[in-house]
Unconditional design. Structure first.
Length: 130
């Protein structure tokens, strides 16, 4: 894992919760800790040094063009997680596809939460040796 934690702002937790409650546990962040102003998703091991993902309520939040790309270990995992996101109220959903304009074997799905925060699930396949 290449991040310590994600601290994402949203205008309303109930507005976006269905997506993150479905997607993040499917990615291994199955322990949910919440209070009135935040929801945090942790690995179920309870390891306090492991990466985690938090949603913090900020009614003044304005989504922008920033996109958070979440790594998957394979194309089939991109497909699986994209289907979960699609079925869990993701909007502006673009199904998994090769994005050769990024790199020749870059495979990703793009979507937004219901607040307009941009997300992506991607897999970077190593090119074959020539």
């Amino acid at each position: 894992m290449l991040f310590d934690h994600v601290d994402l702002r949203v205008t309303s937790l109930p507005k976006v919760r269905a997506l993150y409650d479905a997607l993040l546990p499917a990615m291994g962040f199955g322990r949910i800790v919440e209070d009135a102003e935040s929801i945090c998703y942790y690995e179920p091991t309870g390891d306090r040094t492991a990466p985690f993902f938090c949603l913090d309520c900020d009614p003044g939040h304005q989504p922008n063009l920033t996109r958070l790309a979440l790594a998957a270990p394979s194309r089939s995992e991109v497909d699986r997680l994209a289907a979960i996101a699609r079925d869990a109220q993701a909007i502006a959903f673009e199904p998994p596809q090769l994005c050769e304009e990024y790199t020749p074997l870059y495979y990703a799905a793009f979507f937004e939460d219901r607040d307009g925060n941009k997300l992506e699930i991607c897999f970077r396949e190593a090119p074959p040796f020539e």
